[in-house]
Design a protein around this ligand. Structure first.
Ligand code: AMP
Ligand code: MG
Length: 327
């Protein structure tokens, strides 16, 4: 089976081709173009969607060329139908729908967050993990039970990615800022006390954001270091409690923030204490990409026919714990 996956939920427009044989998947190509707002500014949905429109045909062309196939070789097309920014989501949906209707190829709307998880499982070999999804759009702790992903903790306000990006922008970086903050943090070991807010098994980051902005006036590197230490300790606490509660023997971390080495180190310590195996998605596939969407579409095709064109819409706030997973 050959699938094309299209991702356009936020900053990234990406197309990928995966070949599926049984339960194995081989990524033949994964091409991305990322919208970058001006320094200090966040994603502007209309500007990002314009970026996606302008780049969609070249990304698709390159992706087919790299995989050495033509559109007619495809068995299915999947696209990220949500959650995400409406204007951005619609670009991917329109490209997918146009190709599917013109070439008569089955089409699969895919939940973007489930895409992060399924690609993580494919690339790491984790089979029944507790999942930590930390990205621009999500901060969630999940485990699979009775055909659905169940939430064992999440953010009550902004996501971990938003915390890093909003703080990074306030000190002059361009979004996404996680990598810049990680680099600055590695230059300090001076911890300045910041608000630590875990409620039940949920986290809240907005107070931490305001307090970090105010200590950055004294030292940016101490602020980056203290921000990472505090936020990642909060995440580690809720992961540890969920590991203990669910008894899972695997922890899988996915999403753009999974690229952070300090976060991985802290979670590895937690796993050691609980005798659980630690899996992190390879950095190259941690952020948004077409492979996530493509692989999930291929998995869905095991149990479902393609969608009717009238059902190929977008859903901006499509929660992953509302999706039935039958494959
Ligand atoms: P995604 O929404 O999955 O594409 O993830 C994007 C998020 O990942 C943004 O908030 C980035 O700042 C964050 N990110 C990327 N690289 C790193 C890193 N090395 N450390 C922390 N956060 C990162
Ligand atoms: Mg994402």
């Amino acid at each position: 089976m050959l699938g094309l996956g299209i991702e356009s939920t936020a900053h990234t427009f990406s197309c990928a081709i995966i070949e599926k044989k049984g339960k194995k998947g081989k990524i033949l190509s994964d091409v991305r173009k990322i919208y970058r707002p001006a320094d200090g500014e966040g994603i502007h949905p209309r500007e990002a969607s314009r970026h996606h429109i302008e780049n969609s045909s070249s990304v698709l062309f390159e992706c087919l060329k790299e995989a050495n196939i033509t559109i007619k070789d495809l068995n299915l097309i999947s696209y990220a139908a949500g959650p995400g920014l409406g204007p951005c989501l619609r670009v991917g949906a329109v490209v997918a729908r146009s190709l599917a209707s013109f070439y008569k190829i089955p089409i699969y709307p895919v939940n973007h967050a489930i895409g992060h998880i399924e690609l993580g499982k494919l690339l790491t070999g984790a089979t029944n993990p507790l999942v930590l999804l930390v990205s621009g759009g999500h901060t969630m702790l999940l485990a699979f039970l009775n055909k659905q992903w169940r939430v064992f903790g999440e953010t009550l306000d902004i996501t971990l990615g938003q915390l890093l990006d909003q703080f990074g922008r306030s000190i002059g970086f361009a979004s996404p800022c996680g990598k810049n903050i990680e680099e600055l943090a590695s230059l300090s070991s001076n911890y300045v006390t910041l608000p630590y807010s875990v409620k039940g098994n949920d986290v809240s980051f907005s107070g931490l954001l305001s307090a970090t902005k105010s200590i950055a006036k004294k030292s940016k590197i101490d602020a980056c270091y203290s921000l990472q230490e505090t936020a990642f300790a909060m995440i580690s606490e809720v992961v540890e409690r969920a590991l203990s509660f669910t008894g899972k023997k695997e922890l899988l971390i996915v999403g753009g923030v999974a690229a952070n080495k300090r976060l991985s180190d802290m979670l590895q310590d937690v796993c050691k204490r609980h005798g659980s195996k630690f899996f992190a998605i390879p950095i190259q596939y941690a952020g948004d990409c077409g492979s996530q969407i493509c692989w999930t579409g291929l998995l869905e095709s095991e149990v479902k026919q393609g969608a009717l064109l009238k059902d190929t819409l977008v859903i901006q706030s499509w929660r992953l714990d509302s999706v039935k997973v039958d494959y």
